[in-house]
Write a protein of this length. Sequence first.
Length: 146
Amino acid sequence: MPPFTIIKGIKKLKILSVLDFAAETIVDYGCGSGSALLIAAESGFGNVIGIELSSSLARLCRANIAAYSRMNQKSVLKVNNVNVIEYLPPTNATVFFSSSRSWPISVEKYMNRIRTSVAEHPRSTPGGGMSGAGRVLRVTPSPNSR
């Protein structure tokens, strides 16, 4: 998916302009080459975590992060080369994102992991307040995007 598609999807939510994300952790399920991770870092997220099953995409993502991090030291970016279904998000994660085409296939499985994490470790959501839900952002890929 082209980075501009992700940017358009996130901007449509208008969430980035009203909240302070400096203390927030976002997890991107199926991060691919890391476009959304870099956008999250640019948007002010303090901690940015990518989950990617493909070893080659995870390597590419790490290279993109390394190049970006030389210019931006505000965010901590990390990529985990694991199956999204097996990944248990950190207890401080408050925003969960995916633009992956595999979302419909594995959504229930990794949403259960997110629910478990939030239930066992309630956390403040961006903008304050406690929530059992966190924020789940999903950008639906265009059928024509590759």
